[in-house]
Design a protein around this ligand. Structure first.
Ligand code: TXA
Ligand code: MG
Length: 314
């Protein structure tokens, strides 16, 4: 059974012992272990029931700390870190041999990010190793944005949950790397493509990578157990007693309806997304969820990516 609390020293103690700790970040909660300790990292895969071919993201508190674990930080990456770290950005860099292969699923790159969450930054400074941390949810399910979410589904697997409140971005980090000389976005996330392009010029976006067969890139992910359908016009939905609507900014009076952002604010919608999906998934009177895509701009692209991957596939 896990304990939930705000004791950073206790969190560091568990990590030093090779145990798991759930950590708050600005994106989603992570399930963390000492990235340099293979046995500890195996516990992450076991707790999440995650396939070993899905690589983990490593977290540190400062760019200088990343240099100990990667062979080089190219200029474009240094530029991105300079503007977006700490923040919701993960960069794929050529790894040194001190990062165990299990962390990267045998790939020769490792993803590093500096989370923008005060407690976790303090924790990262307190330990002398990076933290490998995927989102703290069972594999394929909706990512957690509160300590309670972590406790509900992974409480039996993690001794300590560090409670940093609700995650204020709400969707995962943007993953950027270089493929055949092109700056490539592998996962849409908290830093928008537009922001990256302002700095680096046109980038390519791939949802299926040739460098990794990673489930973050699978067609189905972040998924509720209930069937969810994306429709173009929610007003047209034939709502039955057991259908619920997850809308962006409008209210549809015909059914149970959660509104991601009544003010049409995409950041607010991102912050509410996973919580609301969980609420509907846990609602005993909902069998089916109907939703619609949000404006496909800025963080809206990351929201739409999650909605598409969470929706029902035949
Ligand atoms: O916001 C986030 O990034 C959160 C918080 C906890 O930091 N973490 C997160 O981790 O979303 P996770 O495991 O749910 O997603 C990690 C994804 C993998 O599924 C894979 O797509 C990609 O990161 N990834 C990690 N290392 C990679 C590598 N070396 N090459 C290609 N993709 C990689
Ligand atoms: Mg995940």
């Amino acid at each position: 059974m896990s304990t939930t609390g705000t004791d950073i020293h206790k969190a560091a103690e568990w990590l030093h012992k090779g145990e798991l700790v759930a950590i708050p970040t600005e994106t989603v909660y992570g399930l963390a272990a000492n990235a340099l300790n293979t046995k500890a990292v195996v516990k992450i895969f076991e707790a999440k029931n995650r396939p070993f071919f899905d690589p983990l993201i490593c977290h540190t508190y400062h760019i200088d700390a990343i240099n100990d674990y990667v062979k080089s930080v190219p200029d474009w990456a240094a530029q991105l870190y300079k503007y977006f770290a700490p923040g919701p950005l993960s960069v794929l860099l050529p790894k040194k041999s001190n990062i165990p292969d299990i962390v990267t699923s045998g790939l020769d790159t490792v993803a590093f990010r500096i989370p923008n969450q005060d407690m976790t930054l303090m924790l990262l400074q307190m330990v002398d190793f990076p933290l490998a941390a995927p989102s703290a949810n069972p594999f394929g399910y909706i990512s957690p944005t509160t300590a309670k979410h972590v406790d509900t589904l992974l409480g039996n697997h993690v001794p300590y949950i560090l409670d940093g409140g609700t995650c204020n971005i709400g969707v995962e980090s943007t993953i950027v790397g270089e493929e055949h000389g092109k700056i490539t976005v592998y996962r849409l996330g908290g830093v928008s493509v537009e922001e990256i392009e302002t700095m680096l010029g046109k980038v390519q976006i791939v949802s299926k990578s040739s460098v990794a067969n990673a489930p973050g890139m699978l067609d189905s992910h972040y998924a509720p157990r209930k069937k969810m359908y994306i429709v173009s016009d929610l007003a047209q939905v034939e709502t039955s007693e057991n259908a619920s609507i997850l809308s962006f900014d409008k209210k549809y009076t015909t059914a149970k309806n959660l509104i991601l952002s009544p003010n049409s604010d995409l950041s607010e919608a991102a912050q509410n997304l996973f919580s609301y999906l969980r609420m509907l998934d846990n609602d005993t009177s909902t069998n089916t969820i109907y939703t619609t895509l949000v404006p496909d701009t800025g963080i809206g692209k990351a929201i739409n990516d999650r909605l598409v991957k969470a929706s029902y596939k035949k």
